[in-house]
Ligand binder design. Sequence first.
Ligand code: DSN
Length: 425
Amino acid sequence: MSTPYWGPDFDALAAFDPDIAGVVTDELDRLRSGLQLIASENFTSPAVLAALGSTLSNKYAEGYPGRRYYGGCEVVDRAEEIGIARAKELFGAEHANLQPHSGANANLAVYGAFMQPGDTFLAMALPHGGHLTHGAKVSFSGKWFNAVPYGVAEKTEHIDYDQVRDLAREHRPKMIICGGSAIPRLIDFPVFREIADEVGAVLMVDAAHFIGLVAGKAIPSPVPYADVVTFTTHKVLRGPRGGAIVCKAEHAKAIDKAAFPMMQGGPLMHAVAAKAVNFKECLTPEYQAYTRQVVANAQALTEGLATEGLRPVAGGTDTHLALLDLQETGVTGVDAETRCGAAGIVLNKNAIPFDPQPASVASGIRVGSPAVTTQGMTESDMKSIASLIGTAIRDVDGSRTAEVAAGVRELVGAHPAYPEPGRTS
Ligand code: DSN
């Protein structure tokens, strides 16, 4: 390297802006001192953080490699080319676009590529595990399109494929979407492909939650079945915050034109470079082992929570997350979230299918294993976490908060997030 590295200088930040430096250190403390069980979060690596905190943040690069609307893009072009090649290799995809700033933006681009305002699409209802951008009335997806929701069967709590087929035949949607933010079980992509083909719809898989498990080969891939797959890069995948799209070659032009210039302007080249670093990490055997452990941990945590009297929705999990029905405990989701939070266990309340409570209260919680697995925790730690959660949610008066917090400290002490330099475990 002929040019010396010029990267983040925390001492300079602390000297210039102690307020924001304090936020940065306090957040690191928060991450290190609690159990992070939000299913959509993870701890990204120092290599990814270095790319994010680089001077690539300065560059305007509207367009695509070799076809930009600004001069001086010859260096950042390399980051995007490397990232695209790695994404195609990692997912066995014919085309990749790394420019979406987020999962919502990736979805917006796909809707723009295949639909006109007012067109109909089919997607999983948000209260059954879907996503805000899959047709919720408060989102662009529900305001600008005719979103027809499908859900899970009441008895099994698995996706009701008969309902999907019936609705597709009735509404003849332009697109069918599968995927969501609270689906613990595997999705049957071949069945969705069959239904989409029968009605002539585009099949979009929003794989944001589970794409990391696909990258690690821990679960089956939607890529061979879908016309287009959108995802975020910061969940199990463990990269920077951001979005991406992979698709069949026949849709490449439409997707690229929809990501830019239809829905976004300049890409965030530091984030694109960080995505490339992350894909390189995901191509390693170590990452594959990590994803297998993520699933094993989620299953151990779910079993442990079941013995604490929390009912696993859909009977368990095949992925990184579980949804627990708290109704038998008499505790609401919001109270469970607060009580766990007081002891340093960070998780979220979540609606369960056919929830009698409003979403702001909810009858369930969602837990995920990506972050604690990155810390090196295994199945026996999950049993301990389940027991701590069971104690915390039944702790009506807070009398056992200190005891649970001590248990949390013990676990994170043995498996620190972002260990101090020199510490190996
Ligand atoms: N908000 C994310 C989640 O927590 O699942 C999805 O966008």
